[in-house]
Design a protein around this ligand. Structure first.
Ligand SMILES: Nc1ncnc2c1ncn2[C@@H]1O[C@H](COP(=O)(O)OP(=O)(O)OP(=O)(O)O)[C@@H](O)[C@H]1O
Ligand SMILES: [Mg+2]
Length: 255
């Protein structure tokens, strides 16, 4: 049995002719938090999409294992079965989680039924309030287009947490949130890891968040993972000149 919950081995992926993710290898053990950091366009979301199995993306080399199962060779339909219940996704664009014009209550009801779960508004209410959406279940009467980006982002986070997946993929999960609310989301993600042993792969621009959350950090540049190591080492003794440049002005948040 592999010690890794997720193992990415020499992965390359492309939308068309050129590889966007290039020869990336890394692994996540149960309960571990790994942050991928890198400038805009470096391929962070594409890496997340490759793990999630987005249909527009083609894996051109290497493999992805979830436990002992090679998920990179599954069909999109087969992969979908794992998603939600085993691997949760909080996408970069919160609007993409939901149909913008359908009531959230109907969308939650349908998603929960799809995973064999009874619709439970009080549970959703609890999750929403924990991540700072004080309206709680009252928002379920709305359609996503009627809500702000930050509200939708938190609803997408609650939706991913609802199924208690073993792995959460978070793509800039706090990008649309103010500092206080982002802090509440980070706290909640850390609590979920603590209480349920959820592993988290988090993509972020925000090195302060990476420093606070991550056990290990990977630095991505031009589709490649150019440095990978434990958080302290990345901040205290980075090997790569590019990493040194990235971390130079990071605010020192307490771990
Ligand atoms: N659906 C797509 N079709 C074709 N090319 C794409 C698609 N999505 C992204 N790309 C290209 O892939 C490259 C990497 O994009 P990606 O979204 O993975 O970057 P990112 O690191 O997540 O950036 P950001 O920090 O801005 O979110 C970019 O050059 C982008 O133009
Ligand atoms: Mg992105």
């Amino acid at each position: 049995m592999s010690e890794y919950l997720l193992k990415i081995d020499r992965l390359s992926a492309s939308y068309g002719d050129d590889d966007i993710v290039k020869d990336v290898s890394c692994g996540i053990t149960p309960g571990e938090i790994v942050c991928i950091v890198g400038e805009s366009g470096s391929g962070k979301s594409t890496l997340i999409k490759a793990i999630h199995g987005m249909s527009e993306l083609r894996i051109t080399g290497g493999s992805i294992f979830f436990g002992n199962e090679e998920i990179s060779s599954l069909t999109v339909k087969e992969r979908k079965k794992l998603m939600g219940s085993e691997i949760g996704l909080i996408p970069q664009d919160p609007g993409s989680s939901f149909n913008p014009i359908r009531k959230l209550s109907a969308q939650f009801r349908e998603a929960m039924a799809g995973h064999g779960m009874a619709y439970d508004e009080d549970r959703i209410d609890g999750l929403l309030k924990k991540i700072g959406l004080q309206q709680g279940k009252a928002v379920l009467g709305n359609r996503p287009f009627e809500l702000s980006g930050g509200m939708n982002q938190r609803i997408a986070i609650a939706a991913a947490m609802l199924f208690e997946p073993r792995l959460l993929l978070c793509d800039e999960a706090t990008s649309a949130l103010d500092v206080t609310t982002a802090g509440a989301v980070v706290d909640e993600l850390l609590k979920i890891r603590e209480s349920r042993g959820t592993a988290i792969l988090l993509v972020t621009h925000h090195l302060g968040i990476a420093r606070r959350m991550a056990d290990n950090i990977g630095i991505m540049k031009d589709g490649r993972l150019i440095e990978y190591g434990n958080t302290e080492k990345i901040f205290d003794a980075p090997e790569n000149e590019y990493t040194r440049k990235l971390i130079r002005d990071v605010p020192r948040l307490k771990k």
